[in-house]
Design a protein around this ligand. Structure first.
Ligand code: ADP
Ligand code: MG
Length: 702
């Protein structure tokens, strides 16, 4: 008899847990039920049959296991610089174990004379080997159990360890639980899928993922759980998309009219790229369908998203609708306004700018003209969202750089018309395909994957700080030719004061090297008032200063075509996507542009990879892939959104094939059975219900 509630049983009822350990498991690891303990997968497996001897250690070895004793511990240094070392030895030699945190707990726990198993990666330091933050367990003869060669290693915490719930303690509990599982683990995939992909049955898969008998069984179990995890995400996203497509109504842009055609014939300053044409068509199709469009437009910096947005705005206009374009900053809104106004110069189209600094009288006039329907295009900042801004007939909203706008803010735009306007979100932050499929899987998605022709590739160069004189020399030559230059410093919160000092020191040395009246220099940083920032920025935009020294405030969207050199100081401290965004600030004009990455001589291997990637490619998507592999999805999307890609076992950077498989499979199933009503899909339907009950669907744009 299948006991469906078995997996939902509270964890304290498992033999060996009880109320106190139960509480800890809940607090520390979010494990509330039997099912959650089973789903707490090992993060690594150790081949417990193999112990290395200390004299076998060499620099090529990955993680290894040693067996020996500790002869003493020392605490060195004070406060932040404090570290603890322990002397570990076996019959062949000695090695130092090092900890930088958790020192008190470790000091109280380790005893001399006890035999330990140490696991970690040996590194060479000052000619001697040591292991930093090793895992240390008391050695038991029984540690090597007969039926498993691979020992699971679980994450644990210091608090859990005080209750003997270290990795081994958790393994013990899991083993007890698995012993009670027979016949209690319901299948959640359909027979059809299990047969098709030769999945291990769910129960068997749980055994193999915790205590694999061999590598092959382990990878089979991993494949099943990865698929399972990704498949249900896709099934939900695609089902949601289906429902929305059915239910939502949108404005219908049925014609391509005179304004658009005249613009296309007479005002378009260049030939559109194929990618731009393709995207315009995609949007046309959406906005003509009678459903509300919710589309994300990705295009690398400089790929020409603005014109695509404008042309779709003109279509809206030809169909009797108003449109607006919203930017994250005043400077950007300003630039967009100027650009669009210029492009629309010969057309009879009304356009206005609304920002926080718009004067009251002007603001009133704009409000009035929006209500009348006289004003067709409104460009602005957050000021657009305010309730006082009411449109007569808003049909399309374009949002530039989505990262700076919250979901709630975007939702407010919906309500500005009885039938919601179409939404086009543009971003210059390339998101790797796998990530996009997992997060924005329910959205429509357009990509401009080609730059306008004739662009000169930006030359990216890595220079050590010691070559600064050469760099100054190069800067002077560029300025002589009328170019402008950015010099950017990192600003990382924790050490803000120090960063500011770097910036100011750098600024001073540049001022000394480039004195007035021959040169003029702007400076912008986060501690300045925004009025002052804008003023300095505008001076640079207008060409009144030749050098802009700043922190990353200039990262988003600013367009100064005459700027041809981007110098990034301490480049090793920036993330890849940030470096890429910064580099995108130059290369906008006809001149050859340069990006110079300045670093210290010493670089970590991660930093080296980042710098090398930047020097070798300018393809934003390629860079995003590397970034994803190095940092993981949470960091790429920012902390705000990181929770949505908390995958238990699948890895967005490594499991692209399984993601694609899961998506295709979910798609096929929904095509045949959109509501999962067919008998063969009954198990899927049950699992979906369960998942829906447990969490809200995330990852929607509006
Ligand atoms: P982004 O996608 O970064 O917002 P923009 O829309 O600002 O890029 O375009 C960057 C520059 O390229 C602008 O100066 C724009 O006029 C120009 N541009 C856009 N499309 C083309 C094209 N098809 N051919 C030539 N230049 C183009
Ligand atoms: Mg732009």
């Amino acid at each position: 008899m299948l006991n469906t509630s078995f997996l939902d049983t509270q964890i304290e009822f498992l033999k060996g847990v009880g109320p106190q350990r139960g509480d800890l498991l809940k607090k520390e690891l979010n494990i509330f039920t039997f099912g959650q303990l089973l789903g707490f997968f090992p993060f690594r497996y150790v081949d417990k049959s193999k112990f290395y001897k200390i004299n076998e250690i060499n620099p090529e070895l990955p993680y290894i296991q040693l067996r020996g004793k500790i002869s003493g511990v020392q605490i060195i240094g004070q406060k932040r610089a404090m570290r603890m070392t322990a002397d570990f030895f076996d019959e062949t030699g000695r090695i130092e174990l090092v900890w930088f945190n958790g020192i008190k707990w470790i000091k109280d726990t380790f005893k001399t004379g006890v035999e330990y198993v140490v696991f970690g990666k040996p590194t060479l330091f000052n000619g001697k080997y040591n292991i930093v933050h090793p895992e240390v367990d008391v050695f038991y003869e029984q540690t090597v159990s007969v039926e498993t060669v691979f020992q699971p290693v679980y994450n644990s915490t210091e608090k859990l360890k005080t209750r003997s719930l270290d990795s081994r303690g958790i393994a013990k509990l899991t083993k007890v639980l698995l012993g009670n599982c027979k016949g209690n683990i319901p299948e959640i995939l359909s027979d059809e899928l299990i047969e098709k992909f030769k999945f291990l049955p769910r129960e068997e898969a749980f055994f193999q993922i915790h205590f694999p008998v061999d590598m092959n069984s382990l990878s089979k179990a991993q494949f099943r759980f990865k698929f399972e995890e990704l498949f249900f995400i896709q099934l939900r996203l695609l089902k949601y998309k289906l429902i929305r497509a059915e239910k939502s109504i949108g404005q219908v842009f049925s014609i391509v009219g005179e304004t658009f055609n005249t613009f296309y014939k007479d005002c378009l300053p260049f030939e559109l790229t194929n990618a731009q044409k393709k995207v315009i068509k995609e949007i046309r199709k959406d906005t003509g369908s009678g459903k509300q469009m919710n589309r994300l437009l990705q295009g690398d910096v400089g790929s020409g998203k603005t014109i695509v947005a404008l042309m779709n705005m003109l279509i809206a206009l030809d169909n009797g609708f108003q449109t607006c374009l919203m930017s994250p900053t005043e400077i950007l809104a300003n630039q967009h306004f100027v650009t669009l106004k210029k492009l629309l110069n010969n057309l009879n189209v009304t356009i206005e700018l609304l920002t926080g600094s718009t004067k009251v009288a002007k603001r009133r006039l704009i409000h009035q003209q929006l209500m009348d329907g006289e004003l067709k295009i409104l460009v602005g900042t957050h000021a657009l969202i305010e309730d006082t801004v009411q449109f007569k007939n808003l049909g399309l909203v374009v949002i530039d750089e989505q990262h700076r706008f919250g979901v709630a803010q975007r939702a407010k735009l919906w309500n500005k018309n009885t039938i919601p306007p179409h939404i086009l979100v543009m971003t210059a932050t390339p998101i790797p395909r796998t990530l996009a499929m997992t997060i924005y899987g329910d959205l429509d998605f357009s990509v401009i994957n080609e730059l306008p022709p004739g662009r000169k590739a930006i030359k990216t160069i890595h220079k050590y700080d010691s070559a600064r004189t050469n760099v100054f020399h190069f800067m002077k030559k560029e300025i002589e030719q009328g170019r402008q230059i950015y010099v950017v410093y990192p600003l990382i919160n924790e050490s803000e004061k120090l960063d500011l000092k770097f910036l100011m020191d750098g600024y001073e040395s540049i001022v000394r090297e480039f004195p007035l009246p021959e040169y003029a220099i702007s400076i912008v940083h986060g501690q300045m008032k925004s009025k002052d920032k804008d003023y300095e920025m505008q001076r640079f935009v207008k060409g009144e200063t030749q050098i802009m020294v700043s922190t990353t405030v200039i990262e988003v969207g600013v367009d100064v075509p005459n700027a041809s050199v981007m110098i990034i100081e301490n480049a090793d401290r920036f993330g890849l996507s940030q470096l890429h965004q910064l580099r995108g600030r130059v290369g906008r004009g006809a001149e050859q542009s340069y990006c110079i990455l300045m670093t210290d001589f010493k670089l970590s291997s991660d930093a080296k990879t980042r710098i090398e990637t930047m020097v070798s490619t300018s393809d934003g998507f390629e860079i995003a892939e590397v970034d994803l592999k190095m940092r993981g999805p949470g960091d790429i999307l920012g902390t705000q959104q990181s929770g949505i890609v908390d995958l238990r076992i699948a890895n967005l950077a490594k499991d692209e094939q399984i993601i694609q498989l899961a998506r295709n499979t979910a798609n096929d199933i929904l095509k045949e059975d959109p509501e999962l009503k067919m008998d063969k899909n009954r198990k899927l339907a049950i699992q979906m219900k369960k998942l829906e009950k447990h969490s809200e669907l995330w990852g929607r744009i509006s």
